[in-house]
Design a protein around this ligand. Sequence first.
Ligand SMILES: Nc1ncnc2c1ncn2[C@@H]1O[C@H](COP(=O)(O)OP(=O)(O)OP(=O)(O)O)[C@@H](O)[C@H]1O
Ligand SMILES: [Mg+2]
Length: 469
Amino acid sequence: MKRDRLLSEMKLHDPNPRVLVADDAPDILEALRLLLKGEGFAVETVSSPEGVLKELDKREFDALLLDLNYARDTTSGSEGLDLLARLQSMDSTLPVVVMTAWSSVEVAVEAMRRGARDFIQKPWDNARLLAIIRTQVELSRALREGQKLEAENQLLRSGPLPALAPKSPAMQSVLDVIRRVAPSDASVLVIGEHGTGKEVIAQTIHRLSRRAGSSIVAVNAGGIPEGVFESELFGHVKGAFTDAKADRVGRFELASGGTLFLDEVANVPLSQQAKLLRAIESGEVQRVGSSKTYRVDVRLISATNADLHEDVAAGRFREDLLFRLNTIEIHLPPLRDRREDILPLALNFLSRHAQRYEKPLSGFDFAAEQALKTYTWPGNIRELNHTVERAVLMSQGSVVSAADLGLRAVHTSALRLEDLPLESVEKALIQKALDRYHGNISQAAQALGLSRSALYRRLERHEIRTSDE
Ligand SMILES: Nc1ncnc2c1ncn2[C@@H]1O[C@H](COP(=O)(O)OP(=O)(O)OP(=O)(O)O)[C@@H](O)[C@H]1O
Ligand SMILES: [Mg+2]
């Protein structure tokens, strides 16, 4: 992650390759600094191996030009050589070019063996030194870019965040769309009821995109008063209005290089929609109170639970803006339309909360599972999460019961046995007997007309956990 962040910083803010030069002779440092600077490199200089480590900690470099001989030990080059091994383990993509006295070819060879990419003998030839540095910078950029792509591909291959765990066909096709559109810069509009995971989807798209190394910056259009909307989005300069005590960068600029997430986009005031459209179309923003324009490079993801097409028809939302936002529309189905996902999500939340509250809970009992699956979940995933959290807190056994969930109106009694496959009917009846006898196996077995061992076998087969386990 750190590498990704640094990479994008390098690309965005630092078109000039940055070179770190280490040598303990001030005149050599100065000569190299002037030479490299004159050729468009950004140069930092240090005079010791420790200085190198400190500088590398601070920022990313495209190349390191390292003298091997330092004052304490001028001939063996061991200080520089020791450093090489460390550098290699810190960041193997940083190209190191070593400098040695003209007579010490063996040291140069040893340095290459320890990971240096090339060497230069002192006194150096300017043209050759520049050629070597340029080549190494190019190579390392390609290498780092390759690694970044590889990391992204791995993310794509390994699929979505584990928590998405979609079992339902509806969500599987949503994820399929996400995988296909995430790497592009296409604008995505995510539509869904409250709590369906629109923000989670926006984050996932960003993480799977080429911009993953940069930020995703959110603007909640529902939470910003109309009066400050423009300044929030585009920034302002000092004195632009009474409260503008200092310059302020807007969200658009902050997101440059990354993704701008316009949450609750239906709430963007009509008066601001034209400005938003202009910024998107021109790729430029102006801070409030200034005529200077700044170039921005953002990918847009928006979310809403409103019907924007209806808002357009009613004159509340500009159609041209909608068409800029919805190159791809993703409709997130409510939880009640993807019941296959309920249990995996619930188990996920269960293990998370059980760990957090240090409760030894291993799952839901049968009635609880049925209650989860049949409830309508008007608050969708958010409500499911809260329900499970509350149940974890309430629970006193080793599994969460239907009573712990406290969902209104749905209990085992509401289960229509004729709607269930035979296997589930057996499971339900066993669970009911266990509930009735408070988990007492002997009594439950007797009530079911089974021997204890026969009941145990069935408990195992149905993966029913009893509270006295
Ligand atoms: N696939 C998922 N796996 C695990 N948790 C999820 C998933 N999707 C959503 N959540 C959780 O559900 C809650 C609601 O998700 P989110 O905030 O993304 O929904 P939303 O659609 O943006 O809701 P709203 O319309 O209210 O803003 C969050 O706590 C989120 O972490
Ligand atoms: Mg949201």
